[in-house]
Design a protein around this ligand. Structure first.
Ligand SMILES: [Zn+2]
Length: 100
């Protein structure tokens, strides 16, 4: 497969051959946080955030970039850049309140 149009931040991509569009998901380098309040303290959960963008075909340039968020490799959720900034603001505000 020839990828003609990777985003500058792409460090790897996954082709989904079962997808009828035969598209490609581009991924940025992961930011990984070990969570201290895991269900099982002996097996800490890991929060992973990375940039991602979908190309409809291997030769198409990707669409809008989003943030892919998952916990311990399970399916997570996607955030737009605006949603990520809103979430960051909420986390900042409430984390300060939590330490009062
Ligand atoms: Zn790529």
């Amino acid at each position: 497969m020839t990828i003609l149009c990777c985003p500058s931040w792409c460090v790897g991509h996954t082709a989904l051959p079962e997808d009828p569009l035969d598209g490609v998901m581009h991924y940025g380098p992961p930011a990984v946080l070990e969570l201290s309040r895991s269900a099982r303290p002996d097996v800490p959960d890991v929060l992973t955030v990375r940039l991602a963008a979908w190309s409809e075909t291997a030769s198409d340039c990707p669409g809008r970039t989003h943030l892919d968020v998952s916990i311990s490799g399970k399916d997570g959720f996607d955030l737009s850049p605006h949603e990520a900034r809103e979430l960051a603001a909420v986390l900042q505000s409430q984390s300060v309140q939590a330490e009062i």
